[in-house]
Ligand binder design. Structure first.
Ligand SMILES: NC(=O)c1ccc[n+]([C@@H]2O[C@H](COP(=O)([O-])OP(=O)(O)OC[C@H]3O[C@@H](n4cnc5c(N)ncnc54)[C@H](OP(=O)(O)O)[C@@H]3O)[C@@H](O)[C@H]2O)c1
Length: 410
């Protein structure tokens, strides 16, 4: 008589929406491959949705819990209960980790079980694993990238078609790249949650969502993109977490990049993340940042890692202060009366604030003129003060608009 094989590993699935349904299918399809890789065959032990399943029963019958419900409650409660019951958890829930990561990692450590979350940042791009395992003891200087596919799709389409934000957003919604309520994506809040998670991992310091400053893309105008083309720039919504002035700066903002920058060619719904450190120079990874199957594939990868038994430690080692005022370059767009002395007035205000200009495009429009400039790197507070002074000029035709620029050439 042959020996019975190892018992199957029972997966409790919380949520069967876009990602949960794809995960259930992928699990069935790849069960043999998971068994070959880990020695244990996975099987679905139960599914919880709003209309199906009982959490306590699913928990009791599972070896691993996969949380794909989204939102804070009851996901937080269920993940806590699973960890306390000694069950490893995989989640794709960026909001939960960005707001309650410290608490959940502490519970996981106390219980001695794994909490994995590769899919919470940039879906299928293995950035979490790369930072915590590949670069686990590397002194990382900066992690940055395009971590929201919806906004990258909108900006790519606006640049290509010349259409306005509202029209392109409607098209993104039709194509399924933007949700019916796109606020979280277009305001930068979604990217901010992902940057809080990446910053915590890369710098081993506690960072929560409330410490990440963010701006979205709602105010971008088609002519900003048209002028940018002339200046050889492309616009991205960037998330940046970097060591600055003895602390840490974590921000999300729309930003122009010069062509040649590794993130400049990332278009449509794709994401890309770069890691910089003296010991590694720089590494860039790109791929789809969302999608049911793609996200489910990252979730299954986490299940395999749990079964393989390697456990990253989520202890923070430092308490880096958050640095609010950092230096940036800026694009500045002004519409002014086309008459003598106006340009000199603008130049005088910039000089008073010690803000210097790298390049200017000036166009006449009847009685008016448009000035589009790229400003050299300066403290953001200094640029904000110059902008406030420019807003007081008599000959302005509309409020000046500004967008950050990364000047670094590659
Ligand atoms: N979609 C993506 O491309 C993507 C990419 C990366 C990460 N994620 C993350 O993956 C997670 C799931 O996203 P999704 O797009 O699959 O969401 P979704 O389509 O809205 O599905 C959510 C699932 O959770 C269930 N659920 C929600 N609240 C519940 C509650 N209170 N009690 C019981 N069940 C509940 C829903 O039940 P019903 O079916 O009964 O409504 C549904 O089955 C989120 O954390 C999201 O941020 C998604």
């Amino acid at each position: 008589m042959s020996e019975p094989g190892p018992k199957p590993v029972r997966i409790g699935l919380l949520g069967r929406g876009t990602v949960g349904a794809a995960f259930a299918e992928l699990l069935a399809e790849r069960a043999e491959a998971v068994e070959a890789a880990t020695g244990r065959r996975p099987e679905l032990a139960g599914v919880l949705t709003r209309s199906q399943g009982d959490f306590e029963q699913i928990l009791a019958g599972s070896d691993v819990v996969v949380e794909l419900m989204g939102g804070i409650d009851p996901a937080r409660e269920h993940v806590t209960a699973a960890l306390r019951a000694g069950k490893p958890v995989v989640t794709a829930n960026k909001q939960l980790l960005a707001q309650h990561g410290d608490e959940l990692f502490a519970i996981a450590r106390e219980a001695g079980v794994q909490l994995r979350f590769e899919a919470a940042v940039a879906a299928v791009i293995p950035i979490v694993r790369t930072i915590q395992e590949g670069f686990g003891v590397t002194e990382i200087a900066k992690v940055f990238g395009i971590v929201n596919g919806t906004t990258n799709f909108i900006l790519t389409e606006m640049a290509a078609s010349g259409a306005g934000y509202a029209d392109v957003l409607a098209r993104a919604q039709e194509l399924g790249y933007a949700e019916a309520d796109p606020t979280d994506d277009v305001s930068g809040a979604d990217a901010a949650a992902k940057m809080a998670i990446l910053a915590r991992l890369a710098f081993h310091t506690p960072v929560t969502l409330s410490e990440v400053s963010y701006e979205g893309i709602e105010a971008i105008q088609p002519d900003d993109l048209a002028y940018a083309k002339e200046l050889g720039l492309s616009l991205k919504l960037l998330g940046v977490a970097e060591r600055r002035d003895g602390g840490l700066s974590v921000r999300v903002f729309p930003c122009f990049l010069y062509s040649g920058h590794p993130l400049a060619p990332i278009e449509g719904p794709f994401n890309a993340v770069m890691v910089e450190a003296p010991a590694i120079t720089e590494v860039t990874m790109s791929g789809p940042g969302a999608g049911g199957l793609q996200t489910a594939s990252a979730v299954l990868g986490d299940v395999v890692s749990i079964l393989a038994g390697d456990a990253p430690v989520h202890e923070t080692r430092t308490e880096l202060p958050i640095v609010a005022d950092v230096s940036s370059s800026f694009y500045l767009h002004m519409e002014v009366a086309d008459k003598p002395g106006v340009l000199a007035g603008v130049a005088a205000i910039l000089a008073e604030h010690d803000v210097s200009v790298k390049s200017v495009v000036q166009r006449g429009h009847g009685e008016d003129a448009r000035l589009v400039m790229v400003i050299h790197e300066c403290l953001e507070s200094r640029f904000a003060a110059a902008l406030a002074a420019l807003e007081q000029l008599d000959d302005l035709r509309s409020r000046p608009r500004s967008i950050r620029v990364i000047e670094e050439q590659f």
